[in-house]
Design a protein around this ligand. Structure first.
Ligand code: PEP
Ligand code: MG
Length: 538
């Protein structure tokens, strides 16, 4: 048995699928606009070269000059006129998409290398494939490793899963997730909860302990994984699964029940989502609205930024689906453990303390403004609010508001409708904001406490690092003081205080949050019904 950290509740019994590099399935399409296709190809090439240059520098520094040479050969291939030219000719003459053209050329190169006797030359074939995969990934945002799952219902075992890996998981094929590294509030753990897939993270060496096809039991409650269990244990777990499903059934009673504490305070229980389709789960679980839409997932698993129009359609879809219930859209929070393959970001010593969220957006109006315009446009279609992540001071909030005002003025001039009184709040997830809540509450329309980050910054314990997870405690008195101060400050100015960090859905923390007067609780849709039950006992 392996012990890890319980990241998403539930039980699963299934066969192991180890995450590894994978073959790709390329679709060949007819394209009319060849110029556009060539530009797409060029962009992916440029980006791949830049990435390889960075990897080369890093490996020279960390591994050695000789070992880093391989990346130079990758770069040379991407600059090779014959290689690149052949892909272009294929796009032009065949009117085919760049990825299909690229793969045809790669396959023909590999055939040549593979037919050679020399081992060294054979290996060059693998290099070509590797480079091709990188360009392909930059063209499409496709992630290679998890797309080979054919058998239904496997347990994915991985050293780590990126948030973009997790968001791509198909529930019909994946019954659980187990990783070597990670903490309860790493974004991949949060996404597993959103998808209602049981998960155990931080097992340290699970990938070394199993092989493909092993039978495992994943216990998402106590964070354990049993490898090749005997029949009795399997039987015991089948009973546990049955009982759990029965309990889940019972909780359905709370779907349409208004959440009121014993002293009569009405409390909203909302959901956190990462993509528009997650709305289904929210409605199924009787959520009072969306308390956090993590918009960064719209930007992942693709080759370029989503346009203003695309974002507008996504936000409008969510807000309309939720009828008149509130939907809080959070502006882009990229950085930390969330990366975009096509956005070159500086290598940082401390990504969680670095160029992230609102800091990046204030610096990159070209990225920020299209999103703000999309949110504003969608605000005409329902009960939409917005908030900024990682605000650390009044000044930063006012800067963001200023850009928002510019977008409003633009739309006004263009005669496009939006809600002029759009409520604008902030995430309180940096200790400085919690300490300055009294001042900030004069300017914002609402607070939403982001405990996932607030806890890691207050206790200096990386949320994704299993080695320090023992320090990561929502009930630490320092954390509680900050939460209490934030709620009190909001209420003194007549503002609402919500919480959208994972603590809001934690059964053990809910009573204390109710006591502090928290108005809204936002969590993974799968936690809503249990949370309602707990609140109503308070
Ligand atoms: C938080 O920090 O609590 C939060 C909700 O935001 P994220 O988990 O996306 O950082
Ligand atoms: Mg956060």
């Amino acid at each position: 048995m392996k012990k890890g950290i319980s990241a998403s509740k539930g039980y699963a019994i299934g066969t192991v699928f180890i995450k590894e590099e994978n073959r790709v399935n390329v679709e060949k399409r007819y394209v009319r606009d060849i110029d556009r296709e060539e530009r797409r190809f060029q962009r992916a090439l440029d980006l791949s070269i830049k990435q390889l240059q960075r990897i080369k520098v890093k490996s020279e520094r960390e591994i050695g000059k000789d070992e880093a040479e391989v990346f130079e050969s990758h770069i040379m291939l991407l600059k090779d006129e014959e290689f690149v030219g052949t892909v272009r000719v294929k796009i032009e003459t065949g009117h085919i998409n760049a990825e299909a053209a690229l793969y045809e050329v790669i396959e023909s190169y590999m055939k040549i290398f593979n037919s050679m006797e020399d081992e060294y030359m054979k290996e060059r074939g693998i290099d070509v494939k590797d480079v091709g995969n990188r360009v392909f990934s930059n063209l499409t945002g496709w992630n290679f490793s998890l797309n080979r799952i054919k058998n239904d219902k496997v347990v994915i075992v991985a050293h780590d899963l990126t948030p973009s890996d997790t968001v791509q998981l198909d529930k019909s094929k994946v019954s659980a997730v187990v990783t070597d590294v990670g903490g309860r509030t790493s974004h991949s753990a949060i996404m597993a909860r959103t998808l209602e897939i049981p998960a155990v993270v931080g097992t340290m060496d699970m990938t070394d302990s199993v092989k493909n096809g092993d039978l495992v039991i994943v216990d998402g409650f106590d964070g354990s994984v049993i490898i090749n269990p005997d029949e009795d244990v399997v039987k015991k777990y089948r009973i546990k699964m049955k009982n759990y499903n029965r309990e889940v059934e019972k909780l359905k009673f709370f779907i349409d029940v208004e959440t009121v504490t014993k002293s009569g305070k009405k409390i909203k229980v909302l959901a956190n989502i990462g993509k528009p389709q997650d709305v289904e789960q929210v409605l199924k679980n009787g959520g009072d609205g969306i308390g956090l839409f993590r918009t960064e997932f719209l930007y992942m698993n693709r080759g370029n930024m989503p346009s203003e129009e695309e974002q507008f359609q996504a936000y409008k879809y969510v807000v309309e689906k939720m009828k008149n219930k509130p939907v809080v859209i959070r502006t882009l929070d990229i950085g930390g453990d969330k990366k975009l393959s096509y956005l070159l970001m500086p290598e940082e010593m401390n990504p969680f303390l670095g160029y992230r969220a609102i800091r990046l957006c204030l610096d990159r109006e070209d990225i920020f403004k299209p999103q703000l315009r999309a949110i504003l446009r969608a605000s005409a279609f329902g009960n939409l609010k917005m908030m900024f992540p990682m605000i650390s001071s009044v000044k930063e909030f006012l800067q963001a508001k200023n850009i928002l005002r510019q977008c409003m003025a633009e739309l006004e001039n263009e005669g496009i409708d939006f809600n002029r009184d759009l409520e604008t709040g902030i995430m309180v997830e940096i200790p400085a904001a919690a300490l300055e809540a009294e001042e900030l509450s004069k300017y914002v329309d609402f607070f939403s406490i982001g405990t996932n980050d607030l806890i890691q910054y207050t206790l200096a314990a990386d949320r994704t690092n299993e080695k320090v997870s023992y320090l990561y405690d929502p009930m630490n008195p320092a954390v509680l003081k900050l939460i209490k101060n934030t709620i009190k400050s909001a209420h003194e100015k007549g503002k609402t205080c919500a919480m959208c960090g994972e603590m809001a859905g934690d059964e053990n923390s809910i009573p204390v949050l109710v006591r502090y007067g928290l108005d809204e609780f936002s969590m993974s849709a799968s936690s809503i019904l249990k949370a309602k039950q707990v609140i109503m006992k308070c």
